[in-house]
Design a protein around this ligand. Structure first.
Ligand SMILES: C[S@@+](CC[C@H](N)C(=O)[O-])C[C@H]1O[C@@H](n2cnc3c(N)ncnc32)[C@H](O)[C@@H]1O
Length: 265
């Protein structure tokens, strides 16, 4: 049963245009100021959320980590610092200007990350390549969420983990109402003005978050694509959620991987 506050859109209702070209163009435009705007709008709390992600889904002692939709690479860099030299850390994204910021940061900090231009719906890696696959504030942007998750499952090793850090809406009705007001009216104005973008990226932000499945709906979507044991950790009153899933060691039968979610409100 969906819980109060879940956004019941398991087949994500897409009034927001998430076509590859549109999303790529939008992030290319805000790339130079992306980190600055992130810090401003979140008051720096996004750094804490990434720290919690690294703590709750720790790096393996050896092996490989893939950060999908890595953008300017903050999560990939956080993992590379924590993991040390015996772990290969790869950051992939289909927006070159975003990746370029990551490349600059890893060079400046001398933190080794392999950066790769790649579409999350067609990851250029063999099956079972990574011990840990992560995606921070990226899943919501992938044009076909299920296709992206299926690819993440394919490249994850059996027994490996998937960590998804994503915005969500607070479950408490009062907090949710105030947050939605800020999210719809204040954040897009500040974000678009500071980022100086013409593509309304920060209006897209609140629309895409409101439409994206959360809570139980997201858990089912993750399970549908082959993962199991999904744990969810609401962060900062639920304005973000960390979901951690495991890829089973024995592949599940297709019809056991969770039913297609077709809830209606
Ligand atoms: C909001 S940013 C998140 C960046 C970073 N992970 C972070 O935590 O700040 C979303 C990123 O997802 C990338 N993205 C969206 N759809 C993608 C796709 N289909 N394949 C690869 N990257 C994609 C965008 O280019 C963008 O860099």
């Amino acid at each position: 049963m969906p819980r109060e506050g879940d956004v019941i859109t398991s087949q994500p209702v897409q009034s927001v245009d998430k076509s590859g070209g549109k999303v790529q163009g939008m992030f290319a435009e805000i790339a130079p100021r992306y980190d600055f705007v992130n810090r401003m709008l979140s008051g720096g709390i996004d750094i804490l959320w990434r720290r919690i992600t690294v703590k709750r889904a720790p790096p393996p002692t050896t092996g490989a980590i893939l950060d999908v939709c890595t953008g300017t690479g903050d999560l990939a860099l956080a993992y590379a610092v924590k993991a040390g030299p015996r772990v290969r850390v790869v950051g992939s994204d289909f927006c070159k200007p975003m990746l370029d910021r990551g490349i600059e940061k890893s060079a400046a900090r001398n933190v080794p990350v392999e950066w790769l231009e790649a579409d999350a719906m067609e990851l250029p890696f063999p099956d079972n390549s990574f011990d840990l696959v992560t995606v921070a504030f990226g899943l919501r942007n992938i044009a076909e969420t299920e296709k992206g998750l299926t690819e993440m499952c394919r490249v994850c090793k059996p027994g490996g983990k998937l960590a998804i850090l994503e915005f969500s809406l607070p479950k408490n009705v009062l907090i949710r109402k105030s947050y939605l007001w800020y999210f719809r009216n204040v954040l897009p104005r500040i974000g678009n003005a500071i980022a100086r973008n013409h593509a309304d990226a920060y209006s897209y932000l609140n629309q895409s978050v409101e439409e994206f499945p959360s809570g139980e709906s997201l858990v089912r979507l993750i399970k549908q694509t082959g993962f199991d044991h999904v744990d969810q950790f609401p962060l900062s009153l639920g304005i973000a959620t960390l979901s951690i899933a495991t890829k089973p060691t024995i592949p599940r039968q297709p019809n056991m991987a969770g039913q297609k979610v077709t809830e209606t409100a």
